[in-house]
Design a protein around this ligand. Structure first.
Ligand SMILES: [Zn+2]
Ligand SMILES: [Zn+2]
Length: 228
């Protein structure tokens, strides 16, 4: 285990509110603390993040156990999100609860076990840096597809307007859409509408497709049909 002085000097700093002094916490003893701490940087996923420096609300219980300190914590943090459907920015909040064992780094054998177990370490003298555990717990719970509101309608597929901002019943003239063109096209079929996607695929029967404009729009239809 590297116990160099360099590492020690970069170790937990009690001025950081995410660091807790557990030196006087005997096995069997417990202590509950409530604190506010600034959020560390880089706590986010693609569409949701905790702004660096924002207030993290911490409710922490520390219990001395034989191996080190058992931490039970509830962390509340503000979130900045982008809606996965309509891309609107919005604010939210996340609350996570976790329990983690911090083992004494001074005990080399236990420290190696801890690394093998992915446990967290107390530093040599019993200072507990909660930041990695807070980060892991929050990042794990961040929403991968946040929604600005339940049932967000997203964007209009035709014009891209955010449907929540559009007038009620926002829509577009049915004429002019590929589906309208398809209906026109089928109505024009002499035998009442043979599917346009035979083995030959994209072919449009000559002569029966109506006016030039309609035939042009119909070109877009077979690909869409294949996706359905
Ligand atoms: Zn939305
Ligand atoms: Zn639209």
């Amino acid at each position: 285990m590297p116990h160099s002085s360099t590492k020690h000097s970069r170790g937990p700093d009690l001025r950081n509110p995410l660091v807790f002094d557990t030196r006087d916490l005997a096995p069997g003893a417990a202590r509950a603390l409530t604190r506010t701490a600034p959020a560390p940087e880089h706590m986010g996923v693609e569409l949701a993040r905790v702004p660096a420096g924002a207030d993290l609300g911490l409710e922490v219980q520390l219990e001395g156990v034989a191996e080190g300190v058992l931490v039970t914590a509830t962390v509340t943090a503000p979130l900045e999100c982008e809606c996965a459907r309509c891309l609107e920015a919005f604010s939210s909040e996340i609350k996570v609860r976790f329990q983690e064992l911090f083992v004494l780094a001074a005990d080399a054998g236990r420290a190696e076990d801890a690394e093998a177990d992915d446990s967290y370490l107390l530093d040599d003298i019993g200072l507990l840096d909660l930041e990695p555990a807070v980060r892991d717990a929050i990042v794990l719970e961040l929403p991968l597809s946040p929604l600005c509101e339940e049932g967000c309608q997203g964007l209009c597929v035709e014009c891209g307007v955010r449907l929540a901002d559009a007038e009620p019943g926002h829509g577009h003239e049915q004429r002019g859409t590929p589906w309208a063109a398809l209906r026109d096209f089928r109505a024009d079929e002499p035998d009442g509408g043979e599917p346009a996607s035979g083995p030959a695929g994209q072919g449009i029967p000559d002569g029966n497709a109506g006016p030039e404009t309609t035939r042009h729009r119909t070109d877009a239809v077979p690909d869409q049909l294949k996706e359905q």
